[in-house]
Design a protein around this ligand. Structure first.
Ligand SMILES: NC(=O)c1ccc[n+]([C@@H]2O[C@H](COP(=O)([O-])OP(=O)(O)OC[C@H]3O[C@@H](n4cnc5c(N)ncnc54)[C@H](OP(=O)(O)O)[C@@H]3O)[C@@H](O)[C@H]2O)c1
Length: 476
């Protein structure tokens, strides 16, 4: 049962980058806004040996660099740091986990009720299994008991088989109802607004189908090169890193049918159906690229294979454009393009809904069909391009954008995705998390091409860093 009075969050991998730069700053912001339960404790667990006060200092230093300075309130800060406890131990040691839980119990013994415990696996996938086994064997978790739950970070496997293996490992200890698979894109305001835009406004539903929409593009671009992250990236590539998860989740929200109600079960079910209707990708519908030397964000960069952390013969894709087909009544014949690339011109994520041309056009002046651009990041917003008459003599037409920016429209800064998702998980709301079935379907779509790419059987086209990607991408 979810207990909103007392709560405990345990970060496994507490010494790491994600914990220090994203999770703890998000918890601090939730804390300062009074969103966390009154009795709240944060415990960090990892192997690095540190005292409580050393860890609190590390958290404090990282908070400074990762929150807006207006949120830096000394009183709040000290109170927040007092809720944090650190324990160092091995991930595969049941004894260490038993001792850690004794400490946890002693911290929360004065709470008015037994706290819910949320375990956050902020560790590399290689450690998932020992940690999950230790949690079970130390007696901290009982399968099916909702007072304990777990958040799992991507990557959720490497292909269909490894995702199923991870599913099995989780299933030995947790019921699916206790598992929160996080994709932080789902916590972004513009993404959460997709459902509101589609289902709380009358004007979109009648045109949201193959009769009116020509194509949908979900595009993710980054103007950074790989640098020192090649060790991880070269084993994964852009399809696993961005497309199979973030972009596919966005596609599912654009394509899904209206859920019967706004609850996690109905939403997950509709997203799952949309993902299940996507046809398996073939290499013919996929253009891969790799960057060579160029200039990114004003700085010269070396080519991908010349990065120190990358093997010099790597054929790993740093860019991919994939044409997906959804085999259902609403979307048959409408291409959905998923495109992502590193070392491009800028860092953005956007969804482009391209409408069809007006039939029987009567105007001689050239003009374009309507287009809607949903901007996800860096600034959340929505631009709707409509055709207008240019004032003055004659009949000259021009596309003009109706431009909505979240920050201007609501006059407030956007909450971070981790804030939203952490709070949802603490409150037991699974709406914005990924279900197991949907995850496996999403791997089944990409695994056939990933196997070919991994074995070097796919063509890779080259593009200079700081450009729009390989020219061949226009082919599909
Ligand atoms: N950072 C992000 O923004 C981000 C975004 C999306 C997903 N993720 C995922 O979130 C997880 C954590 O990310 P992170 O960036 O915090 O990772 P990290 O810094 O590499 O690792 C987190 C902690 O895990 C422990 N660890 C690292 N490598 C280990 C190994 N080989 N064996 C045992 N323990 C090891 C280390 O703690 P000790 O040595 O002290 O035990 C480390 O501080 C990863 O699965 C990552 O893929 C991260």
């Amino acid at each position: 049962m979810i207990n909103n009075e007392s709560s405990s969050i345990v970060i496994l991998g507490a010494s790491g980058n994600l914990a220090l730069t994203k999770l703890l700053p998000s918890l601090y912001i939730l804390f300062t806004s009074g969103a966390l339960p009154h009795n709240f404790v944060i415990s960090g667990y990892s192997r690095t040996s540190m005292s409580n006060s050393e860890y609190r200092k590390l958290v404090k230093d990282n908070l400074k660099n990762n929150i807006d300075e207006t949120l830096w309130v000394e009183g709040f800060l000290q109170e927040f740091l007092n809720t944090i406890h650190y324990y160092s131990g091995e991930y595969n040691s049941v004894e260490d986990f038993i001792e850690f839980h004794k400490v946890l119990d002693s911290i929360s013994k004065n709470f008015p009720s037994q706290p819910n415990v949320l375990y956050y696996l902020s560790i590399p996938p290689s450690v998932f299994e020992p940690v999950i086994n230790s949690l079970r064997e130390c007696g901290a978790v009982t399968k099916g008991d909702l007072s304990t739950s777990v958040i799992v970070e991507k990557p959720f496997g490497y292909d269909t088989e490894s995702a199923q293996a991870l599913g099995k490992t989780l299933d030995q200890t947790f019921d699916e109802s206790q598992v929160y698979r996080i994709d932080h894109y789902l916590g972004k305001e513009a993404i959460m607004n997709l459902m509101v835009m589609r289902f709380a406004n009358l004007i979109f539903e009648p045109v949201w189908n193959r009769n009116y929409i020509d194509s949908v593009t979900v595009a993710w671009e980054e103007d950074k090169n790989i640098g020192s992250r090649g060790g991880y990236f070269d084993g994964a590539g852009i399809i696993r890193d961005v497309i199979q998860n973030h972009l596919l989740q966005i596609l599912a929200l654009v394509a899904m049918e209206k859920p019967s109600s706004y609850d996690s079960e109905s939403i997950m079910s509709e997203k799952n159906k949309a993902v299940k209707s996507i046809e398996k990708i073939t290499l013919e519908n996929c253009i891969l690229g790799q960057y060579t030397h160029g200039v990114c964000a004003g700085k010269p960069v070396v080519g991908y294979i010349d990065e120190e952390s990358v093997p010099s013969d790597s054929k790993r894709e740093t860019f991919a454009k994939i044409k997906c087909a959804i085999n259902n009544y609403r979307w048959s014949g409408v291409p959905f393009y998923l495109q992502a690339g590193k070392a491009l011109t800028k860092s953005t994520t956007e969804i482009i809904i391209q409408f069809k041309e007006v039939p029987g056009d009567i105007f001689l002046s050239p003009h374009h069909p309507n287009k809607m651009v949903i901007e996800v990041q860096p600034d959340a917003g929505l631009k709707f391009f409509i055709t207008n008459k240019v004032p003055g003599k004659g009949m000259v037409l021009k596309d003009v954008a109706l431009d909505f920016s979240y920050v201007d429209g609501f006059n407030k800064t956007m909450p971070g995705a981790y804030e939203r998702l952490l709070l949802d998980a603490i409150q037991g709301d699974k709406t914005l998390f990924i279900g197991y079935e949907e995850l496996i379907h999403s791997w089944e779509i990409f695994t056939p091409i990933l196997e070919k790419i991994d074995s070097g059987k796919a063509d890779v086209f080259y593009y200079h860093a700081g450009t729009y990607g390989p020219e061949e991408a226009n082919r599909i």
